[in-house]
Design a protein around this ligand. Structure first.
Ligand SMILES: *Cc1c(COP(=O)(O)O)cnc(C)c1O
Length: 489
């Protein structure tokens, strides 16, 4: 792209006196703002004509990459296709134009959708009741742990201040426990990548509030000892928490409620499509088993005869003023309804099949530290041939040249060159075959012309950035950029 014409920042295109607006004649008169509300100096705004503004942002948007542009095999964060019908539902005026304080009798349809979604999640997970209020997965974890703490306090069991978290857990698990004021105790993994039950036993006593588990875990493995773990944890009086951020592979296979979990969250924005990334929007509903319903945060939507109502009676926990990210809930609910009871159970098997297809097709060229059948995602530990000096970072950058989003890299932390791949159930075999072909091509390049891979990307608007410099000396404002350019001559 020609930077002179399009510029990197709209400020670079600014010319004194140019404008991109024309306002109608002022027929209202002039009303001065009170002094306290006025700026001391004029805001520094770019001055551009409309067409320049349109081109600037359109060109930038074309540099963006999303599921609608191409394959996005990002492990652990499920970048699933968001069907257009989801957007149509969320944009319906009856939903989009609602006011949060509107009386319940004027928005029965919206409350019905919300109520049905609470129930649908109970059916899907085998838990008794759900709140859709939390705004993200991590927010759901915090909510779930607050519920667990409220439960122990209700039982006057005040000693229980520790949460067991496996070393393979997503980083948000220990973080949420800490934010909730609970102490994190790490449980080790076995060499096969599963929770080490013997290590778990050494921690179990009357100070444990809960055990947090992710299943499939961050290695994409099904935690096969859950019944035994649940028995041990319950025996010591603690509760089982299920991190269901990625429930994809479980759909149609099994339900956390049937496995002995008491509290869980689901990321609607991973498991049930809905666009996400860049910090939002998300939704992390929390479900609880029998006996814990009273600790769910308010407000909740309840059904009274044929009428839907907001239950706002304070229960001790509140995680948001209103009903959470309503539009995200609508997208996920649309996704669930459009698949229906017959097709939803196909999601897990297809996600699992796609992941295993890529894994088996590439294990000749990439190191597979944990073999066997995975669930919806798996981890390579870099290229099999370590003599080329080509790292996981290099492979990820080279993938950009071929028009793919990179997989999740250097996570989980259990392997030095981790590369976590999740295709999702939506991809056709043609897409998977093309990706496999490109991954093989990169492995050949690494062996034959490694410099091409080590200096990638070559075809993107911005080449390889200096991560260390960017981390140590970030340039975060336009002014700073100008002064830095001047400093550097
Ligand atoms: C994504 C993820 C989370 C956190 O979800 P956010 O919506 O990003 O807060 C928690 N646990 C697991 C396993 C995840 O993959």
């Amino acid at each position: 792209m020609n930077n002179k014409l399009y510029g990197n920042l709209i400020f670079e295109l600014s010319h004194e006196g140019r404008k991109g607006y024309s306002l109608p004649e002022n027929t209202f008169g002039n009303y001065e703002l009170p002094l306290c509300a006025r700026r001391k100096t004029d805001a520094e705004l770019p001055q551009c004509d409309e067409l320049t503004v349109v081109r600037h942002y359109t060109n930038h948007s074309e540099n963006n990459f999303g599921v609608n542009n191409g394959f996005y095999p990002l492990g652990s964060c499920t970048m699933k296709y968001n069907p257009i019908v989801n957007e149509e539902t969320a944009a319906m005026p009856g939903f989009a134009a609602l006011h949060p304080l509107q009386p319940a009798e004027t928005c029965q349809g919206a409350l019905e959708a919300y109520y049905n979604m609470q129930k649908a999640l109970s059916d899907i997970t085998g838990l008794s009741e759900f709140t859709l209020n939390p705004f993200a997965g991590a927010h759901g974890e915090l909510t779930g742990l607050m519920i667990i703490r409220a439960y122990h306090q209700h039982n006057e069991d005040h000693k229980r201040t520790k949460v067991l978290v496996p070393d393979s857990a997503h980083g948000t698990n220990p973080a949420s426990a800490a934010v909730c004021g609970l102490e994190v105790v790490e449980v080790k993994s076995t060499p096969d990548g599963l929770v080490d039950v013997d290590d778990l036993k050494t921690h179990l006593d009357d100070t444990i509030a809960a055990m947090m588990m992710t299943n499939p875990n961050t290695l994409g493995l099904f935690e096969s000892d859950i019944p035994e773990i649940a028995r041990l944890v319950h025996e010591c009086g603690a509760l089982m928490y299920y991190d269901g951020a990625n429930l994809n592979p479980m759909l149609g296979a099994c339900r956390p409620g049937d496995m002995g979990f008491d509290v869980m969250h689901i990321n609607l924005h991973k498991t049930f499509s809905t666009p996400h990334g860049g910090g939002g929007p998300g939704s992390g509903p929390v479900g609880v088993g029998k006996g814990l319903e009273q600790f769910l945060p308010r407000p909740r939507v309840v059904k009274d005869g044929s009428e839907y109502k907001m239950d706002t009676e304070y229960a001790g926990i509140s995680v948001g003023e209103f009903l959470g990210n309503f539009a995200t809930m609508l997208r996920a609910y649309t996704y669930i309804l459009s698949l229906g009871k017959e097709n939803l159970p196909m999601v897990g098997p297809l996600a699992t099949l796609n992941a295993n297809y890529i894994k088996e097709s590439l294990k000749d060229a990439y190191e597979l530290p944990i073999t066997g059948v995975c669930k919806h995602e798996f981890v390579f530990n870099g290229l099999k041939d370590k003599s080329t000096g080509v790292t996981t970072m290099d492979v990820a950058k080279r993938l950009l040249d071929y028009g793919y989003h990179a997989p999740t890299i250097y996570f989980p932390l259990l392997f030095h060159e981790a590369m976590m791949i999740e295709p999702t159930e939506n991809e056709s075999i043609d897409t998977l075959d093309c990706f496999i072909d490109v991954m093989h091509r990169i492995a050949r390049e690494a062996a034959e012309t490694p410099d091409i891979v080590k200096t990638a990307p070559h075809n993107t608007p911005i080449g390889r950035v200096d991560d260390v410099l960017a981390a140590k000396h970030p340039i975060l404002t336009y002014k700073q950029m100008i002064s830095d350019t001047q400093d550097n001559g």
